[in-house]
Design a protein around this ligand. Sequence first.
Ligand code: HEM
Length: 483
Amino acid sequence: MANPSLATLSLGARRSVLAYMSVTILVVALMMLLGLALRLSQAQVIALSPALFYQVMTAHGIGMVGIAGLGGAAIMWYFLNQYVKLSIGIFLANLLLFLLGVVLILGAIFLGGFAAAWTFLFPLPAKPMGVWSHAAAASYLIGVLVIGVGFLLLYLDVARAILVKYGSLARALGWPQLFGQDDGNAPPPTVVASTVVAAINILSIAVGAVILTICLVNLYVPEFAVDALLAKNLIFFFGHVFINAAIYMTVIAVYEILPRYADRPWKSNRVFLAAWTATLVMVLIVYPHHLLMDFAMPTWALLVGQIISYTSGLPVLAVTTIGTLALVHRSGLRWDLPSGLLFLSVFGWGAGILPAIIDGTIVVNHVMHNTLWVPGHFHFYLLLGLGAMLFGFGYYLAKTDGRLKGNAVDALSFWTFAIAGLGFVGMFLLSGRHSIPRRWAVHMPEWVPYDRIASAFAALVVAAVLVFLVRFLSRLRPMAAAA
Ligand code: HEM
């Protein structure tokens, strides 16, 4: 088990990791404030005009998805760098391109009025009914494209570095040990997960770039159109794989940090290797579960969407959940903020998948898909799963390299985050259960009580995350100086 610490990194690498994590936690907190504004507006506590509501919803959606990828990349890079030689220049270039893309996207939304949601479904960007200009739509599409280019460079560098060390992707995935004799020399979990992420995200970004470019050209040359259903397939392939890969990067924090607390290694055994190989294939073919309401889709594709929904996330989730329980059981593990948040994250990820699987069932989907059940399931594993992994990693750095001493405020914020987080996602799910539609700026009076309770929980989550942010930033100087 490698023992990484910021102190073992070069000054440039150390500062880059800290820059990534500072931007990540700051942007997550800001995007949560936007999310809170959406909920408060549905609750009729504050008034956002419908136009502004959809601008804020677009910013919150793309902002959260993008920052999940950035924070995940920081975790992956930090740990993978212990095993293979990654380029700091490319790591930094990704951050700079990300920030450039953010400026273009924010300008498109808040100056240009772009509000087509983060999914920019064709042909909506080009048909704004006078709400935004083509320039605003172009700025959004170029912004996402620029961010994609940065991530593509990063994943190409990850794939290069892994190939240099392991010789082939098959070896980096542990296939000789999986399909042949297990000599006990399988690559560590971080390498296996990073290989899967690089492979799937190079594909997803390439597909994303194709559809973004088509939409961009279509803005100015309307005859250059694409079939709307094909466009939707491409967009959801891109979006689905990207956000899944973000979780697969953040979960590396669980594989690397919890074993240190438990003083037991997390081994790449055959079951672990098989799970990640299965995920490599299934995550690429499961996306049709986003199109179950599109009657024009071929039936076989929808059936694949349903069947693979039942199996796609499960292998990796099962090995991670069972692995975590086995690691923690009778290990005398020290509970503190990093270990607590990482343990919570495995629960959040695992429990959040269940309502997702229910929604992936065709007959249920026809009733539930456009309700708040959907934000209910993805906020569950993104907030309490991925979010908790990001904060857990941030606290880990602040503790080990920034000498942060845990206090009662940390403990209070942890429990507030966990309990209010559950309450917040529970209200989304309950609202979906009562058929309250998703993405509606204005809510009927009988829906408002749900929105108000959800807003109170959301405000508590934001308060806890602001504490995480302040605590992380307060140790920035010692972390940067760690040597
Ligand atoms: C305090 C925390 C959060 C609050 C209050 C919040 C609130 C909201 C609200 C009210 C919506 C619109 C729901 C609707 O009516 O359809 C939404 C959508 C969304 N949220 Fe969050 N959210 C939070 C955290 C997160 C996190 C951590 C992520 C991801 C890492 C995330 C990603 C998204 C995405 C992708 C959408 C979909 C936007 C769309 O439908 O186009 N949110 N959120």
